[in-house]
Design a protein around this ligand. Structure first.
Ligand code: ZN
Length: 665
């Protein structure tokens, strides 16, 4: 249920634009009104030009800004008059319109104005609010939508039939609205699209939006047996995978692998525990009701017009190509492989899954489609869900402006769409690796004994799991969770390890030897064995990065267990490079030395070791041929490079990162 979030004590005491920012954020805070950058708002202001002439101006939301987080700088100011002049044209190409709007900005540093700027200019009120409110879109997206809308809102709103967003919609509004708007009109409903409200103050326009949406929600509650859309389950973040079967793990990873092949790029595949979405995916009528298009044109580019039913990506591709060919004469842009990959997958056993180039993107699609499910269900109860025609969907999908958006979003970072697992990710080299891979666009699963691992990074692409790597059950459920969250594991950084107290073998207790071997060697081998089926399915080939040690090539006295465990692990990696090459899995080894910014090196210990060698701490840290200090981040950068295209044709390699060591060279 939507409600007014206006608060007298929180509302700013400032100019119109401050209030515009405030109520825009109030709209953005309610996911039943707008999702992920949807909706837009504006305010008209009387200002003075630099030469002292009075001038009416429109400040409208800039594209790329989200209402939930918008700031003053997120609005673009334009003179009102030339905008109204544009609306008198018979026709205008949307690309030309976008260019015109961009050039009209009073400040060229402000963002590109919303494509709905002209419509905002036409509405004769100072404040204008636009949302794709679930309840309103539910009413408009039904068989008898127009009658329902008239019944629910009466003369309080004007109603326009569906028109393509951009100039077509602005032109229609310019022609029709003067006849429709009366003194009592407080809003405008766009069929199959959304709703506008307007008023003379920020509060009036905002509260009219809330009042109109509340009326739509009340109508749904009385007319649709299921009532108003169910409360949204927690969006974003990862859900726990309780109840998944380990058989599902491979099914999900295989599906992701095929989707990525269809897209031509690695895609993250997000699952979620959501009883409503799972029931929808299993429903007997899902094959018909899910194929009628998105709730609003704004969602076309996120969800694609047609969710994939089941796991047959091939069949989907064929159906989608037909859809494309049907509209091909009007296509102004080439269809790309990425377009052919579905974003929403409804499978009776796996539930709802969503794909994206990033974890954030896939989670956004999940949230949007979750709202769509409620809208479809309610609209069905109202007599039948009807959305944009396939032709209208096609026009929006292959709209030059939307394609430009896709291209911007699709400029992927080097590790985009990939899933990297890092063991021992809470501190030191592991944490630095996780940080670097996240920065390069990967989704990262971090395993560690530390209990705070879940919160090590605040990112939708981060899944931190507390896990004892020597416990096979814990490892197995961690991998279930990883695949549930992101769809697979493409690369592993084997970093977890322990460095026991320095002791000669003659004094080393047998239990200590076994403990070091259990953690540094056995657990790593078990993890690799368990990961192998997933690494085989990695979209661009799997990767193993072993964090070895200088001690492998140049051992020192007193660390027999540690050195032997790393030497054995190196040998395991060399053998796997041979065994797994035909599975397109690369296995490489990195040998760091003297990385002191890790948990085990306290200032005290450093001072003690330096004194032992008769050096200062600074000298001790740079005790190598190049005389350089080596940090965890240096090692992480090497890991990311080895996982990237530069080393794409290298396997079985051992690369030192030690500042140069005469015993290794
Ligand atoms: Zn809209």
């Amino acid at each position: 249920m939507t409600h007014s979030r206006w608060s007298d004590s929180e509302a700013p005491v400032g100019d119109d634009l401050e209030l515009r920012v405030y109520t825009s954020r109030l709209l953005g805070a309610d996911p039943s009104l707008v999702l992920h950058g949807g909706g837009n708002t504006s305010v008209k202001r009387d200002e003075t030009t630099v030469t002292g002439r009075p001038e009416r101006r429109l400040y409208v939301k800039g594209s790329g800004w989200d209402l939930a987080t918008i700031e003053r700088g997120g609005f673009s100011g334009m003179r009102l008059e030339p905008l109204l002049e544009l609306a008198t044209l018979e026709a205008l190409d949307d690309v030309v319109m976008a260019r015109e709007l961009a050039s009209m900005r009073l400040d060229s540093a402000s963002p590109v104005p919303s494509v709905e700027s002209i419509l905002h200019a036409i509405l004769p009120h100072r404040f204008v609010d636009h949302t794709h409110a679930d309840a309103v879109v539910t009413l408009t997206n039904t068989v008898h939508g127009i009658d329902l809308v008239r019944e629910v809102f009466g003369d309080d709103v004007a109603v326009l039939p569906y028109a393509m967003p951009g100039f077509d919609l602005a032109r229609l509004a310019a022609q029709e609205l003067p006849k429709m708007l009366g003194a009592q009109t407080i809003g405008l409903v766009l069929m199959n699209h959304g709703i506008f409200s307007f008023g003379d103050s920020a509060r009036e326009s905002y509260e009219r939006m809330i009042a109109l949406v509340t009326r739509a929600e009340d109508a749904l509650r009385t007319r649709a047996p299921r009532g108003v859309p169910a409360a949204q389950s927690p969006g974003g973040g990862q859900q726990t995978p309780a109840g998944t079967r380990s058989g599902d793990r491979l099914a999900r990873a295989r599906l992701r692998s095929e989707l990525s092949a269809a897209a031509g790029l690695p895609m993250v595949l997000v699952s979620r525990h959501d009883p409503v979405a799972s029931a929808f995916a299993r429903a007997s009528d899902v094959a018909t009701v899910s194929q009628h298009g998105p709730a609003t044109p704004d969602h076309v580019i996120w969800t694609k017009p047609t969710p994939l039913l089941g796991r047959d990506v091939e069949a989907f591709g064929a159906a989608y190509r037909n859809y494309f060919e049907a509209g091909a004469q009007r296509a102004r842009t080439e269809v790309t492989m990425l377009d052919v990959a579905p974003r929403v997958i409804l499978d009776p056993e796996l539930g709802m899954l969503t794909a994206g180039l990033t974890a954030h993107g896939a989670q956004a699609v999940a949230e949007i489609y979750r709202h769509t499910i409620d809208i479809i269900r309610d609209a069905e109860a109202l007599g039948g869900y009807r959305s944009l025609s396939p032709e209208d969907q096609f026009d929006v999908e292959y709209w030059d402006l939307e394609q430009a958006k896709v291209r911007r979003a699709a400029a992927p970072r080097e590790q985009a769409g990939r899933v990297v697992l890092v063991s021992g990710a809470a501190s030191g080299i592991g944490r630095a690796c996780a940080s670097r891979f996240l920065a390069e666009g990967a989704a990262v699963v971090g395993l560690d004994l530390a209990s705070g691992i879940g919160e090590t990074f605040d990112s939708p692409a981060w899944l931190g799991l507390q896990c004892d790597l020597t416990d096979p059950h814990a490892v197995s459920s961690a991998l279930d969770a990883a695949v549930f969250a992101f769809g697979g594991v493409d690369a592993v950084v084997l970093n977890a390890g322990i460095f026991p107290l320095t002791q000669p073998l003659s004094e080393l207790p047998a239990a200590e030897w076994r403990r070091v071997m259990a953690v540094n060697l056995d657990a790593a081998v078990e993890l690799l064995r368990e990961l192998h089926p997933l690494l085989r399915l990695a979209p661009n080939g799997g990767q193993v990065l072993v964090i070895g040690s200088k001690n492998v090539a140049a051992p020192g006295p007193g660390a027999v267990a540690y050195s032997s465990s790393k030497a054995a692990l190196t040998q395991v990696a060399r053998v796997l490079a041979l065994e797994w090459a035909t599975d397109r899995i690369r296995v490489n080894i990195i040998h760091p030395d003297a990385v002191f910014d890790t948990g085990i090196w306290t200032a005290e210990l450093l001072a003690d070791r330096a004194e032992h060698y008769g050096m200062t701490v600074e000298q001790y840290k740079r005790r190598n041929l190049l005389g350089v200090e080596i940090t965890s981040d240096d090692v992480a950068r090497l890991c990311v490079a080895m996982a990237g295209p530069t080393f794409a044709k290298t396997t079985g390699a051992q690369v030192p990162i030690d500042g140069g060591n005469d015993r290794v060279i």
